[in-house]
Write a protein that binds this ligand. Structure first.
Ligand SMILES: N[C@@H](CCC(=O)N[C@@H](CS)C(=O)NCC(=O)O)C(=O)O
Length: 199
């Protein structure tokens, strides 16, 4: 059965879900919601449907898989991952997945808070100052393992960079990235100060 992924017409919180759907060869279709033009960015394409989909906690992204309807991006990722035994097997693996899920969410949220802040340029130096430390933690966590469970940044040239190369070289991911379905940009919604338009 084809699952439906609903989200805005940006990468945002749906990107990891799209990658996982592609990687697991899950047949899916997208319902991409499109806000109206500036300056109002009318969200009614979404809000008109929001309460009619039978979602317990109506939000974007959502995934509808037959009778199963869910929101919360990490719950969606875990739902797909569980079907393919990708949540870790040993206690150590499960713990690494749990920690990483939340650590990455914190990193993404601090980045998106910066990108949606009207004082983006003012706040950027402090953000960039703490970023290498955060990436070093991530790099240490990956260590010499092949898999976990912007600005020029040397931390991304070591094992994290190689991890990214391994990830993007996965057959399904590489095919997706070369397909018309892949969304390089925009990463954020129309009101963000960084990467809110299509390149
Ligand atoms: N914790 C939620 C956050 C969801 C969220 O903030 N969604 C934003 C887009 S990134 C949205 O526009 N939601 C639609 C709404 O609030 O009606 C998740 O991880 O899925």
């Amino acid at each position: 059965m084809v699952v439906t992924l609903g989200y805005w017409d940006i990468r945002g919180l749906a990107h990891a879900i799209r990658l996982l759907l592609e990687y697991t060869e899950t047949p899916y279709q997208e319902r991409q919601y499109r806000p109206g033009p500036a300056p109002d960015f009318d969200p009614s394409d979404w809000t008109n449907e929001k309460e009619k989909l039978g979602l317990d906690f109506p939000n974007l992204p959502y995934l509808i898989d037959g009778p199963t309807k869910l929101t919360q991006s990490n719950a969606i990722l875990r739902y797909i991952a569980r079907k393919h035994n990708m949540c870790g097997e040993t206690e150590e693996e499960i713990l690494r997945v749990d920690m990483l899920e939340n650590q990455i969410m914190d990193l993404r949220m601090s980045f998106s808070q910066l990108c949606y802040n009207p004082d983006f340029e003012k706040l950027k130096p402090a953000y960039l100052e703490q970023l290498p430390g955060k990436l070093r933690e991530l790099s240490r966590f990956l260590g010499s393992r092949p898999w976990f469970a912007g600005e020029k940044c040397p931390e991304l040239q070591g094992n994290l960079g190689q991890f990214l190369q391994r990830f993007e070289a996965l057959e399904k991911i590489s095919a997706y990235m070369q397909s018309g379905r892949f969304m390089k940009t925009p990463v954020f919604w129309r009101t963000a100060q960084w990467c809110s338009t299509k390149e």
